[in-house]
Design a binder for this molecule. Structure first.
Ligand code: ADP
Ligand code: MG
Length: 233
């Protein structure tokens, strides 16, 4: 089943007197309950693409369908609801709230969404049950990313968007986080989109979208995605 459809999507940013065309008439689909990796060098438009899917930014032209709904025509109000209920975001630098402890950082999303999972269960899932009272400043990079995965999943979103989720981690920790991300996505049947410039991560994806200068170079389906421990990082 199709989760997302980009139909001739362009995104331009105004800069000074000119414009930057970050995405240039892109068309492709993302399948539901699969892992899709968007692979491309810095500046190729990866974050822009993720921000459009996440309803954090609006496209300039074209159409973006999410589970059959045209989100490019959503009002601000509809977009806020969409972001809150349907999207989980995992960032490179975690975006946790420094003044809340680990438990509170996850539990906060429970309050916003009636359909959410139990915060403690999600924290247990990522192996941080003995860190509930720790503040972000008291956790390692790998622990912070595991916590942010727990937070993203806790609100039970349809789509999990991950922008360079292993970009700030050493290779061993990065592997662990990637494995957790794909396991959790399978367990909870989420559509996962991972943005990266690390080609190794792409070997574990069901589909790889190669992006360059705002264009799609190719879309490759992996018949047999590798497990994370089979990949040289
Ligand atoms: P990536 O995530 O692949 O590194 P981005 O999507 O962040 O790429 O950026 C794609 C292009 O759009 C780059 O040339 C970048 O400079 C430009 N860009 C991104 N965000 C903005 C913005 N808010 N304003 C102006 N230009 C932007
Ligand atoms: Mg980026």
């Amino acid at each position: 089943m199709k989760a997302l459809s980009f139909n001739n999507v362009s995104k331009e940013y105004s800069v000074g007197h000119g414009v930057v065309r970050a995405l240039d008439g892109i068309s492709f689909d993302i399948e539901s309950e699969k892992v899709t990796v968007i692979l491309g060098p810095s500046g190729s438009g990866k974050s822009t693409m993720l921000n459009l899917i996440g309803g954090m930014d609006k496209l300039t032209s074209g159409q973006l369908m999410v589970f059959g709904e045209n989100i490019s025509q959503y009002s601000e109000r509809e977009l806020t609801k969409y972001r809150r209920n349907r999207i989980g975001f995992v960032f490179q630098f975690y975006n946790l709230i420094p003044s809340l402890n680990a438990y509170e950082n996850v539990a906060i999303v429970q309050k916003m969404n009636g359909n959410s999972f139990c915060a403690k269960e999600m924290i247990r899932n990522v192996g941080l049950e003995n860190r509930l009272k720790h503040f972000p400043s008291e956790l390692s990079g790998g622990e912070l990313q595991r916590l942010s995965i727990a937070r993203a999943l806790c609100k039970n979103p349809d789509i999990l968007l991950c922008d360079e989720p292993t970009g700030a981690l050493d290779s061993e920790t990065g592997r662990m986080v990637l494995e957790l991300l794909t396991d959790m996505a399978k367990k909870y049947k989420k559509t996962v989109v991972i943005v990266t410039h690390n080609a190794s991560i792409a070997l574990c994806a069901d589909t790889v979208v190669h992006l360059k200068d705002g264009h799609i170079e190719e879309v490759v389906k992996n018949e047999k995605p590798l497990s994370v421990d089979e990949v040289d990082w």
